[in-house]
Write a protein that binds this ligand. Structure first.
Ligand SMILES: [Cu+2]
Length: 290
């Protein structure tokens, strides 16, 4: 009778554990992935667009599998205990209080699991934190309420004030509402970009999920981070520090262009076409005549 109970309990425990593991791992590691922006109904990380985000995704997956495993193990263990040691099958309760082997095991196993997580996490933290040799530097300043960008190495490029597009404007531009801005930060592809992040008043956070970046903007302090975009395109983020009434009003739009286009953009004083420069001149002069 006892051994039959044990077998049933074991089978139920294993089945429950496997099912819960599959559900948790599926929920944790699937779903539609946004490319450069979130998608409706998506609950997984956005597509990785930088080496740091690729690494971050791997660490996230590893930890999700481990969490799912622990949840499944505990659920299975509880099922086993509830069936195997139920009152009806055990009229005389066991008086066991210690088991040296078990105590050593449940001390060492969590330590090993933590080490298993710690090694890749530390690697990731290091890679996020250590600024590589960067070729382009941009400065992002959090204001109330927008982000402004400057290029310290190119004084000809005027400060970019990045304000969000309203509903009609973003629809007309075919861009996501509450993420799209009227002036994006422009950076070259396949280039290490250093971002200096600060704020003029209260705390903000310069965050681009698909780049694996979240850097606090603190007044009086210049924080540094870096990214290397793998492809051209537009990538969105939002201020990620609850900064006040118009917290929603400071989205981040990064436009990654080819190195040649970037060089042209810099040469054009921060414009892709000369028409903008012409308009600024007002009297029909070309940029070259200026
Ligand atoms: Cu903010």
């Amino acid at each position: 009778m006892r051994s039959k109970n044990t077998v049933i309990a074991l089978i139920v425990a294993v089945v429950l554990a496997v099912i819960s593991y599959m559900i948790l791992a599926f929920v944790g590691l699937s779903g539609e992935r946004g490319e450069g922006m979130p998608v409706i109904g998506g609950f997984y990380l956005q597509e990785a667009e930088t080496p740091v985000m690729e690494e971050l995704t791997k660490v996230y997956n590893l930890v999700t599998y481990i969490i799912a495993g622990i949840v499944a193990f505990v659920l299975g263990l509880m099922a086993f205990i509830m069936i195997r040691f139920r009152e009806k099958a055990n009229p005389v309760p066991s008086k066991t209080t210690h088991h040296v082997g078990l105590e050593i095991a449940w001390t060492i196993a969590p330590v090993l699991i933590l080490l298993w997580i710690a090694v890749p996490s530390m690697n990731l933290l290091y890679n996020q934190d250590v600024i590589k040799d960067t070729e382009v530097t941009v400065k992002a300043v959090g204001n109330t309420w927008n982000w402004s960008y400057t290029y310290p190495d190119h004084e000809n490029v005027e400060e970019i004030i990045s304000n969000p597009l309203d509903k009609t404007q973003s629809k007309a531009a075919g861009k996501p509402y509450l993420l799209a801005t009227d002036a994006a930060l422009v950076v070259p592809v396949d280039t290490n970009v250093k971002v200096l992040v600060t704020s003029i008043n209260n705390m903000h956070s310069w965050t681009v999920p698909s780049f694996g970046i979240k850097m606090d903007a603190v007044p009086g302090i210049i924080n540094e981070t870096w990214f290397r975009a793998k492809r051209e395109g537009t990538f969105y983020g939002q201020c990620s520090e609850i900064c006040g009434i118009k917290h929603y009003y400071m989205p981040i739009e990064v436009q990654v262009v080819s190195k040649a286009d970037y060089a042209k953009w810099i040469a054009n004083d921060g414009s892709f076409t000369t028409t903008v420069a012409q308009n600024n001149l007002g009297s029909g002069q070309t940029a070259a005549q200026k």
